[in-house]
Design a protein around this ligand. Structure first.
Ligand code: XIL
Length: 360
């Protein structure tokens, strides 16, 4: 029998020992075999007060992403203040000591902004506050990050614009061109980084997500046509088992993205499953989360354009899906509350084992 990727995955799923052995080298090492990376979002608190987090971060991750410390509002509480790089510099130093590469996340996002930004308007606001922010931050970390999420969540069809773009403070200042300008500035300040447009809600089969795919593709086409230095699309992949997935639809979208010559990366993978957990055992819930990952990511691993995968946290114990508005005891990361590897880790190991090699 010819062993296809799909039949290999099916075999692995029925033989947990196979993936367990394959994953022992660590997911990062496994990913490297096909020229990819595996990593996770980290925060200073995890490294300093949570020694239990350190082992999985060291063993499995070849890449770390700052979950909080690099956000604009985390660096700069108010537009009148100078950026304070202390915490982020500490994370960069820790990553270097541990031998990890880093993704930069993120230069422009409409959430967690410095106080005072809402009052700014027009080209004046952009030139006096946003341009210095991008130049200062990307310049400070000139060679620290191999990939940068330059703009995060630029698309929001519900905001009502014909271009389907989110009406952010940056949009208010410059209109749709703010994205191209941000990428050009980032390319100058951090010339060796691969520059990503990062976005969520692009995978499932419903009208809202279809509108987002349409909006994102239109924006990407405009950027690529104009010669803007955009190198990849970050698919956040905050997955949700309640939604309907159609592999053909998602693959068509991926064809269009990669057809533009862009890389793709899974940048914030986790699974929201607690809303549909009633009456199910913990083991079953974790398996459902793993199955969701296999289902949605399978077509991505067929593609040489896939640069790598980062999960949004490493253990359920510290997942943002358990905090604030996300609420609930989601079981959606490669390690559970007590740091035992979950079926999701095995699912990722199986995907990395059966994948095609990466080509930029
Ligand atoms: C979240 C962090 O996980 C939280 O700790 C923080 O309070 C808010 O931001 N999409 C993104 C991430 O691009 O930056 C967000 O991270 C989660 C949603």
């Amino acid at each position: 029998m010819r062993l296809t990727r799909r039949s290999f995955l099916a075999t692995c799923a029925s033989l947990p020992a196979v993936t367990a052995v394959a994953a022992d080298a660590g997911l990062g090492a496994l990913a490297a075999r096909s020229g990819r990376y595996f990593g996770a979002a980290v925060s200073t608190a995890l490294l300093t007060d949570g020694s239990a987090f350190v082992a999985p971060l060291e063993r499995d991750c070849s890449v770390w992403v700052p979950e909080w410390q690099l956000k604009w509002g985390a660096l700069t509480p108010a537009i009148t203040a100078a950026a304070d790089f202390t915490a982020m510099d500490g994370l960069v130093a820790a990553a270097r000591t541990a031998g990890k590469r880093m993704r930069g996340h993120t230069l422009l996002w409409h959430e967690h902004l410095p106080d005072g930004i809402e009052a700014l308007d027009g080209r004046g606001g952009w030139d006096s506050v946003v341009v210095p922010h991008i130049e200062t931050v990307a310049g400070h970390y000139r060679d620290a990050f191999f990939e940068w999420d330059v703009v995060n969540e630029a698309i929001e069809p519900r905001d009502g614009g014909a271009d389907l773009m989110r009406r952010t403070p940056f949009y208010r200042m410059l209109g749709p061109d703010y994205v191209a300008e941000a990428f050009r500035l980032a390319a100058e300040a951090a010339p060796s980084a691969r520059l990503y447009l990062n976005e969520d809600h692009l995978y499932y089969d419903d009208e809202a997500q279809e509108a987002r795919r349409v909006g994102l593709l239109a924006l990407l086409e405009r950027l690529v046509r104009a010669g803007v230095p955009v190198h990849g699309v970050g698919l956040q992949c905050h997955l949700d088992i309640r939604r309907r997935f159609d592999g053909r639809l998602f693959n068509r979208f991926l064809d269009e993205v990669t057809g533009l010559g862009l890389s793709v990366a899974v940048t914030e993978l986790d699974v929201r499953e607690h809303d549909d957990a009633a009456g199910r055992s913990l083991a079953r819930r974790r398996q459902r989360a793993a199955d969701e990952v296999t289902k949605v990511l399978d077509g991505l691993f067929d593609r040489s354009a896939l640069a790598g995968v980062t999960t949004w946290g490493i253990s359920d114990a510290d997942s943002w899906l358990r905090k604030g508005g996300q609420g609930g005891d989601n079981q959606g990361l490669p390690y559970g509350d007590t740091f035992q590897p979950t079926p999701m880790r095995a699912a990722l190991a199986a995907l990395f084992t059966a994948t095609r090699t990466r080509h930029d």
